[in-house]
Ligand binder design. Structure first.
Ligand SMILES: Cc1cc2nc3c(=O)[nH]c(=O)nc-3n(C[C@H](O)[C@H](O)[C@H](O)COP(=O)(O)OP(=O)(O)OC[C@H]3O[C@@H](n4cnc5c(N)ncnc54)[C@H](O)[C@@H]3O)c2cc1C
Length: 481
């Protein structure tokens, strides 16, 4: 293995001019294959995906990002941007530069204005930590290990979503390096159309070096899980469908069918077992939250009940998702109705009886509330009228396991088709699916506007690594605008 300094000496004659110029310009590191640091920097959190880029830039700041974007253009390399690797789409190959933001992790909370400025590679966990210290909360999702910006660019639906909306609806501004390699601000007043596109349109419009989001006064909440036996899956789903109709916006909830794998990482009482869980968070008076959960307890005592008053800083305990990198398959779909037929399909496909289902998690999140109160054309983010959001996640130790689970999930979705809206939530797609189904992530009108804006901001499609939004042809651009 060659070290970076050795390579700099060796490469002094051999390395292309653009690479030497890039190295001289950036504060961060630049790695090429064979150099120490390259292997570590190319990793994706989801180990089922692999980047093999020609060059990796580990940016330290917005100037490094500008330099990297400009160098990729000079070198004729495709650009792939990664913050945490929780949502890879198109992977970086030998014709690509991987621009990693993993060192851009700054957070600045303004307690007076109730805002946080968050750098492009920051994980939600750090924002949560700093905000909770002053009694405020960001709109993170179920895992604090996910990147705040990547999550927000795709919408961002967490346990406060029915009360305070999608994360993309709470952004004040983005600082973004555009395809031309220039840093610009996008807000309601500066580059407002770019601001519109970034709120849901993913990483297709530039590299976000920082964003400012609004925070909310949430400290103690009521949250947890009811663990029911798998045999009650049909009854729980049927009750859940009716129960959510009466739920206030303070309550964001889901039902998750969990086939816990028989591995040592899973705590003893759950290991190798299947449960149907009623989970969620009540962001209001805990007594009111407890009253809503009492309806379940009065119906059937669960095997285990973890619902309790808790500090919002511990919100990750509700879904208890793994944080260590792992190989996994994930997909999702918007569900129009949990009809009796749909519930039968869900039970037969998602509940594992003697290993009949390879799926680890099949979850249905209740949407609506504040998400649906924003006009569908207010931001690029689409599908505000979806009622239930399905998500499937499974650990896939081998490529063969990944393919088998993908095929199983496709079959499951095909059987469920009459109950689905035909739309997807972009954040719950990844890999090829994230690109193949991009149109289904948006309304027709919003997708057309995204294409028109793509033609204006990135006509050469330099940012073709995230969602697949081909720039509109010139004549349709004129119509759309
Ligand atoms: C365990 C787990 C839990 C999750 N929970 C939720 C949840 O509760 N709610 C929800 O809505 N989603 C959830 N997600 C999905 C997650 O929000 C998406 O996968 C998201 O795309 C991840 O963003 P990232 O930056 O962490 O990942 P990355 O793979 O680094 O990035 C994902 C995409 O965003 C782009 N991107 C990231 N940062 C920037 C930037 N600064 N500028 C430009 N483009 C950028 C990347 O180029 C890439 O296309 C979860 C995912 C996992 C794995």
């Amino acid at each position: 293995m060659t070290t970076a300094s050795e390579l700099t000496v060796q490469e002094s004659q051999a390395s292309p001019v653009w690479l030497a110029a890039l190295r001289a310009r950036v504060k961060g590191d630049v790695f090429v294959p064979g150099v120490e640091g390259y292997e570590q920097a190319r990793q994706v959190w989801n180990r089922s995906f692999q980047h093999q880029p020609a060059v990796i830039v580990l940016a330290e700041n917005a100037f490094d990002v500008e330099a990297a974007v400009q160098a990729a253009t000079t070198a004729g390399l495709r650009l792939v941007v990664q913050a945490t690797g929780h949502g890879a789409a198109r992977l970086a190959d030998a014709g690509a530069m991987l621009l990693s933001l993993e060192r851009m992790t700054g957070v600045r909370v303004d307690v007076q204005r109730r805002t946080a400025v968050i750098e492009g590679g920051t994980k939600w966990g750090e924002v949560l930590r700093q905000a909770q210290q002053v009694g405020l909360a960001p709109l993170l999702g179920s895992s604090p290990d996910v990147g705040a910006v990547g999550y927000t660019l795709g919408g961002g639906m967490g346990w406060l979503a029915r009360k305070y909306g999608m994360s993309c609806d709470s952004v004040n501004w983005f600082d973004v390096v555009t395809a031309g390699g220039q840093l610009v601000r996008a807000s309601e007043t500066e580059n407002p159309d770019l601001f519109w596109a970034l709120r849901g349109g993913g990483g297709s419009f530039g590299v976000v070096t920082a964003m400012e989001v609004r925070l909310y006064p949430v400290t103690m909440v009521y949250g947890g899980n009811l663990f029911y036996p798998a045999a009650l899956a049909k009854d729980v789903l049927t009750r859940f469908r009716e129960w959510v109709k009466g739920n206030p916006d303070e309550l964001t909830s889901s039902v998750a069918i969990m086939n816990f794998p028989p591995i040592p990482d899973v705590p003893e009482p759950m290991r190798g077992q299947t449960f149907v869980m009623v989970r969620g968070l009540y962001a209001g008076d805990s007594k009111d939250g407890a009253a809503r959960i009492r309806e379940w307890l009065d119906w059937q005592q669960p095997i285990m009940n973890t619902w309790a008053e808790m500090p919002f800083s511990l919100v990750k305990e509700i879904s208890a998702e793994p944080e260590d990198p792992m190989p996994a398959f994930a997909t999702g779909a918007w569900v129009r109705e949990l009809s009796d037929e749909a519930i039968d399909t869900i039970v037969s496909r998602a509940v594992s009886v003697n290993g009949s289902s390879p799926l680890n998690v099949t979850e249905f999140r209740h949407a609506g509330g504040a998400i649906a109160r924003v006009a569908p054309e207010a931001a690029a983010y689409g599908n505000r009228d979806g009622k239930f959001l399905m998500q499937i996640v499974t650990v896939t130790p081998t490529p063969e396991a990944w393919t088998a689970v993908r095929d199983y999930a496709e079959q499951f979705r095909a059987e469920l088709k009459p109950a689905l809206t035909g739309k997807v939530y972009m954040n719950f797609t990844e890999g090829d699916e994230r690109r193949e189904r991009t149109r289904d992530g948006f309304s027709e009108a919003n997708f057309a506007r995204l294409q028109a804006l793509k033609a204006r901001y990135d006509a050469a499609n330099r940012f073709d690594h995230a969602f697949d939004i081909p720039p509109a042809a010139r004549e349709s651009e004129a119509v759309a605008e």
